[in-house]
Design a protein around this ligand. Structure first.
Ligand code: SF4
Length: 932
């Protein structure tokens, strides 16, 4: 008989500097954090939401507790909820509580509601083994176990590991034959408009700009007229245009008419999910949507069932107790997940915060160690499922990094390269290409290659080396065994485990020697580290990315680079031979070879190329460049070489390396992706710099940032203005009497503005240290004013979780750095004030130094201005997401040049005022009733 039992426990909710405790006897206490921590020591483990964040706020390390998030993840796997009492309340259809006391008092009700759902669970596939699983997790110390088994009506359930063996219950994928190429029928402008109207439905609000945009976007889907000459449409759609549905209209129509697929690429994983959400409107029936739309990410994002099985069996008696609980929760999720995506998919991001990133994300194939068809779970593998679904989908939602890597490799996992693309968030194409086409000869990358080849040397890691991964393929083939052995021997020239500590010392001997010689990679890394430390301007306590030019070479660097280049070629030779002979088996044994072995050999060939041969080739090339004549500073380089030492706050060094970037990364973008494509739509709310007095110049610089000048035909331009009335919906101020160098003044300004807005404020910083210092100064006072403050680099939560909370908690404020500026999409009241600490100038690093000289057409200052204006425009765009939103934008940098102010949309008047006036006007504007 199912019964709802609850722990006889108090509830605690921690704010900044204070906490509410609701005792099991029904008494409510509001205490300082320290007093609450003391009080809890004398009480049984409490109910709470998000144990790590609660403990951090209480100033204690950890404590046993009943975390409602764990119960939520068990009862409602793959369901989203912001990890706060309010977030859970909303997810469970409760009225959201207001204030710490109300939140604490609600926690027992939330727990009861979750357990009640279990009593209703029935014999579904999800819940068949749930009681045995809960009991198994209870053995490992899961406090919720007896309450869950009671709610399931099986209080005496025996612990069972059956539900952990989740792969047994997943469906198998089915292969299809090769698909014929798509047809080339165009999408007429009128057709795109009609499709949009059908998608919106008869009752939708009329947005003429959206229809114009959809019509213009259709030009990207016209049939190509000459090889190597794709149709490129550059379409700027002001915020509020409804651009996602605007481009989905022609894209979906083209896919249907031509039986082909359109790849929609956006910048972040979070935005991929957002687009997927919009597609629900196009395909409301879930089974149809699943067939036609696929969210595609790199394989390192998906649960690897073999890693999961490995995690379950480290010792004879199963997983360590500490990991049984998260593995149990992941097993529940794996049964109902949409696609097995554990990073930004439907697995709640806060599970990593509760149990550690390594525990959760380590379940993905992050190191490329997949053994493909040799894997016992291959036919149920989430990655393989997704790859196959993407082949036949009409719309594939991907990200810029993935599509660029895919194009550069001529396909990743299955040699499929799309011919039609939509690049949403097109203003990020330059930066995404910069990363995708860069190369890095660093300690981390080289050590990673050694690990991929040799496996984990010593330690208890599960990493398999190449030999173990391909042993069945090379066994009994001496022609394969010989190069494999030679390669594994040569791989010892790469950094051995513990390289960090050795290269940072001045000891004469290095570890990881090869045949008694010093390890050539470690020798090289040690010398370039010495060069960086000798050349940087910062003092010894500096942290972050410390850079210096590769030239002129430091003492001994040339010789060390030469030695390293030779060592790398001793590795590249046998790997190339191994690959060639392995692929040769496909021909030689064509008649007898089974499909699984064939698949495996093909996959191994791709991995050897991608994981070893291509990086080795890039590294050898970089080392050769060092031996050439030093670049002439007056000559425009194609590529830029520099050294970088990555150091954490506190002085711990994490990496050192030689980096190579394209001066203009849109050159490889155009060559590898755009030129082979048939059509591309590049779109964003902020493609052009509104500050360019010359409209033609504004378009030209927008085109340059996506590589249009490297294509044979000019881009087709389109622009649709935002429908918002910025003059009445917004206010913008530059505060003239706050000296940003004084932390006390800076903190006071943030505090006063946040309180004036009554919360709903995003504070943006250009330096983590200042963010943390401001947070420490203002959090208690905001809390006392009923405004919870969350912060990147302070709270024990990831960025996505913080944004979810910020979106859910309308009175909360959030502090963040660059990633928050571009990643926050918070419509409505929850975001009503943006406060910028400083003008977001480009980071003054070596790459920027070169680009502002060589890509600025002789006007470096204008180049910097354009970047800062585009960033301001982006940030301002976060503020107003709907026609009913109202918001205030404040810049605390009194030195803001007036020439940057054209960044703001037409109608916005930026006023330079003192802090008191900015506070007064912010309060008055946000308190006033919105226009009728
Ligand atoms: S096929 Fe590869 S990614 Fe999939 S479960 Fe097996 S090892 Fe993991």
């Amino acid at each position: 008989m199912a019964r709802i039992l609850l722990p006889d426990a108090p509830s605690v909710v921690a704010g900044q500097g204070r906490a509410a405790i609701f005792s099991a006897a029904g008494e409510l206490l509001l205490l300082s954090s320290a007093a609450a921590a003391d009080c809890l020591r004398a009480l049984p483990p409490p109910l709470l939401v998000h144990a790590p964040a609660t403990c951090r706020r209480l100033g204690i390390r950890a404590m046993p507790a009943f975390d409602l998030l764990e119960l939520f993840a068990f009862v409602l796997p793959a369901r989203a909820a912001a990890p706060t009492p309010r977030g859970l309340a909303l997810a469970l259809d409760f009225d959201p509580p207001v204030g710490l006391e109300a939140e604490a008092a609600l926690l027992p009700d939330l727990a009861a509601a979750l357990l009640h759902r279990l009593t209703q669970a029935g014999e579904t596939a999800l819940n068949r083994d749930a009681a045995g699983l809960a009991a198994r997790m209870g053995q490992a110390g899961w406090g919720w176990a007896p309450f869950v088994t009671a709610a399931l009506g099986r209080p005496d359930a025996a612990p069972s590991g059956e539900a952990l063996r989740v792969w047994k219950h997943l469906p198998e994928w089915e292969d299809t034959g090769p698909l014929p190429p798509p047809a080339s029928l165009p999408v007429a402008e009128a057709e795109a408009r009609s499709r949009l109207a059908a998608m919106l439905g008869p009752d939708a609000e009329q947005r003429p700009g959206q229809a114009d945009y959809a019509g213009a976007a259709a030009a990207a889907f016209a049939p190509r007229e000459s090889k190597g000459d794709p149709h490129l449409v550059l379409a700027e759609a002001g915020t509020g245009t409804g651009k996602t549905l605007g481009y989905l209209a022609p894209a979906s129509l083209w896919a249907e008419k031509n039986h082909g697929g359109v790849w929609i690429s956006t910048f972040t994983r979070h935005l991929q999910r957002q687009i997927d959400g919009e597609l629900a409107r196009l395909f409301p029936e879930p089974s149809v949507r699943r067939r036609r739309v696929v969210v595609r990410k790199g394989r390192e994002n998906y649960l690897c069932l073999l890693n999961f099985e490995d995690a379950l069996t480290p010792g004879r008696s199963g997983p360590a107790p500490a990991t049984t609980i998260p593995l149990g929760l992941v097993a529940r999720w794996a049964l109902v997940t949409d696609d097995g995506d554990i990073q930004g998919g439907d697995l709640p991001g806060w599970l990593s915060e509760l149990f550690g990133t390594a525990t959760i994300l380590g379940l993905a194939d992050r190191r490329g160690e997949c053994i493909h068809a040799a894997c016992p779970h291959w036919r149920r593998c989430f990655v393989e499922h997704t790859i196959r679904r993407a082949r036949t989908a009409q719309l594939v939602v991907a990200n810029h990094a993935l599509v660029m890597t895919q194009a550069a490799w001529g396909g990743l996992d299955d040699s499929v390269v799309p011919s039609r693309y939509v690049f949403d968030e097109g203003h990020h194409v330059f930066d995404a290409a910069d990363s995708a086409f860069a190369a890095e000869l660093s300690g981390r990358e080289t050590a990673e290659m050694r690990r991929w080849l040799l496996g984990a040397e010593g330690g208890r890691s599960r990493a398999r080396g190449l030999q173990r991964r391909i042993e069945e393929l090379v066994a009994a083939h001496p022609l394969l065994e010989t190069p494999l052995e030679a390669a594994l021997q040569a791989a010892r020239a790469l950094p051995a485990p513990g390289w960090h500590s050795r290269i940072g010392t001045d000891l004469p001997e290095l570890g990881g020697t090869v045949a008694g010689r010093a390890n050539p990679t470690e020798a090289y890394l040690r010398l370039i580290r010495h060069q960086v430390l000798a050349r940087i301007a910062q003092d010894d306590s500096a942290w972050g990315s410390l850079e210096c030019d590769a030239f002129p070479l430091g003492p001994g660097v040339g010789e060390a680079a030469d030695n390293l280049a030779r060592a790398l070629s001793r590795l590249a030779g046998p790997i190339a031979t191994l690959r060639e002979r392995l692929l040769g088996r496909l021909d030689e044994e064509a008649e007898d070879m089974d499909t699984a072995t064939r698949n495996r050999i093909e996959a191994t060939g791709r991995s050897l190329n991608r994981r070893v041969l291509a990086p080795l080739s890039a590294w050898q090339n970089m080392l050769r460049t060092l031996a050439e004549v030093e670049p002439d500073p007056g000559v425009r380089p194609h590529q830029i070489l520099f050294l970088r030492l990555d150091r954490l706050e506190g002085g711990r060094e994490v990496d050192i390396g030689l980096h190579r970037h394209w001066l203009d990364p849109t050159i490889p973008f155009a060559a590898t992706l755009a030129v082979p494509a048939q059509g591309l739509l590049v779109t964003s709310a902020t493609l052009r710099d509104a500050g360019d007095a010359d409209p033609e110049g504004a378009w030209e610089s927008a085109e340059a940032r996506i590589g249009a000048p490297h294509l044979p035909s000019p881009a087709i331009r389109a622009a649709v203005a935002s429908p918002f009335d910025y003059a009445s919906q917004t206010r913008a101020f530059i505060v003239t009497d706050v000296f940003g160098g004084d932390l006390a003044q800076l903190a006071a300004a943030y505090r006063a503005l946040f309180i004036a807005a009554g919360g709903g404020a995003l504070g943006l910083f250009t330096a983590i240290r200042r963010l943390q210092a401001v947070h420490a100064r203002i959090a208690p006072e905001l809390e006392a004013a009923g405004i919870p403050l969350f912060a990147q680099h302070v709270d024990a939560m990831g960025n996505a979780t913080l944004v979810d909370i910020f979106r859910t908690e309308e009175e909360s404020c959030l502090l963040g750095t660059d990633a928050m500026r571009d990643g926050v999409d918070v419509p409505g009241r929850a975001l009503r004030l943006v406060v910028f600490e400083k003008v977001p100038w480009p980071r003054p690093d070596i790459l920027h130094r070169e680009r502002r000289v060589h890509l600025s057409h002789g006007d470096p200052k204008a180049y910097d201005d354009r970047i800062a204006r585009l960033r301001l425009r982006q940030a301002f765009g976060r503020l107003i997401r709907r026609a009913t939103d109202r918001g205030v934008f404040v810049l605390l940098d009194r030195q803001t040049p007036s020439r940057l102010l054209s960044a703001f949309p037409a109608g916005v008047t930026v006023r330079r005022v003192g802090l008191a006036e900015a506070v007064r006007q912010t309060r008055a504007f946000l308190a006033a009733a919105p226009p009728a």
